[in-house]
Design a protein around this ligand. Structure first.
Ligand SMILES: Nc1nc2c(ncn2[C@@H]2O[C@H](COP(=O)(O)OP(=O)(O)O)[C@@H](O)[C@H]2O)c(=O)[nH]1
Ligand SMILES: [Mg+2]
Length: 316
């Protein structure tokens, strides 16, 4: 099927076309350039929510509950579960898919998991491009949930318009949060599993830690802390309310535009770096790089000058 037809079908919200396009992103298809050109004028509507937090904290459960809440508001919702650690869709994603089955037959919900497949600079551009597909397909809201662990999780959450950081009582999360640097990235903090002992303490400690790091002015956004029992859907409407407030605040002050521009700049940079790496790779085994290496080896040139020379030759 040609790209124009696929894009037209995706725009009508046809799930198979959306799936095909996201697979092309995932596989770094050579036709992606054409796909992105066709999608470019169709994007800019979707509000992207990133969910992050330690494994087991309740991200998938909260995602499902958030989808229900937004569906009640009549919004079309996309879910992108990104696994930065695994080269192939693994067991964790499968488990999540089973859990999402509440929404499996709802035509207003599109759920997709995506693995990085390990290609260079993969996630930096594949996540925004998958988001662009969902945006063009008419999703009003897209929830990005990371499945893996570690720094990349924080990275992916930062590809969102609003970032929700989840914590749960009794997981030593206060300390974990500080370590992972997530105290800086949350626009909204959720203490999930509020049905368990210690939720009030976790919320209080978190509030304290957030106020310590605070250097905010009068018009600045103060990340609220919301308690939820995601497994029963409790508190989720409050999360949506807080998100809508954050979105309105970002729109009013220009922050939304700034964030999106920063995101696109990162994406363009990642594409450029990938292209440059490929071209440097082409030079390997060619004479230019070997000549430069010889000169550095013999002491007639320093490695920085050699690198300058290499960059100049790439531009030619
Ligand atoms: N008690 C309780 N358990 C929850 C709550 N939310 C999620 N869970 C459970 O916590 C476990 C991990 O949840 P999951 O959503 O898979 O966490 P994720 O790894 O962050 O995606 C599951 O067994 C959920 O049923 C909650 O609010 N209260
Ligand atoms: Mg999960």
């Amino acid at each position: 099927m040609d790209v124009a037809t696929l894009v037209a079908q995706a725009r009508e919200g046809k799930p198979r076309a959306v799936a095909r396009l996201i697979s092309m992103v995932e596989d770094a298809s050579p036709r992606l350039r054409e796909v992105m050109a066709a999608l470019a004028p169709l994007t800019g509507n979707a509000y992207v929510i990133g969910l992050t937090g330690s494994p087991g904290v309740g991200k998938s459960t909260s995602t499902t509950a958030l989808v229900s809440a937004y569906r009640r508001l009549g919004r079309r919702v996309g879910v992108l579960a990104v696994d930065p650690s695994s080269p192939f869709s693994g067991g964790a994603l499968l488990g999540d898919r089973v859990r999402m089955q509440d929404h499996a037959t709802d035509p207003g919900v599109y759920i997709r998991s995506m693995a990085s497949r390990g290609h260079l600079g993969g996630l930096a551009w594949s996540t925004p491009q998958a988001l662009r597909v969902l945006d063009a397909a008419g999703c009003d809201v897209v929830v990005v949930e990371t499945v893996g662990v570690g720094q990349s999780e924080v990275e992916i959450a930062s590809m969102a318009d609003s970032t929700v950081v989840l914590l749960a009582p009794g997981m030593g999360d206060g300390i974990q949060a500080a370590k992972a640097g997530i105290l800086e990235i949350g626009d909204l903090y959720v203490v999930n599993k509020a049905d368990r002992d210690g939720a009030a303490t976790t919320a209080r400690e978190l509030g304290h830690m957030l106020s310590l790091g605070e250097a905010r002015g009068p018009g600045d956004w103060r990340p609220p802390i919301v308690k939820t029992v995601a497994s029963r859907g409790e508190g989720v409407d409050e999360v949506v309310e807080a998100l809508e407030k954050h979105r309105a605040w970002m729109e009013a002050g220009g922050e939304l535009r700034l964030r999106r521009r920063r995101r696109v700049a990162d994406e363009v940079e990642a594409i450029a770096v990938t292209a440059l790496r490929a071209r440097i790779g082409d030079l390997r085994g060619g004479r230019r790089l070997e000549e430069l290496a010889d000169r550095v080896l013999s002491g007639s040139m320093d490695p920085y000058s050699a690198a300058d020379d290499l960059i100049t030759s790439l531009g030619a």
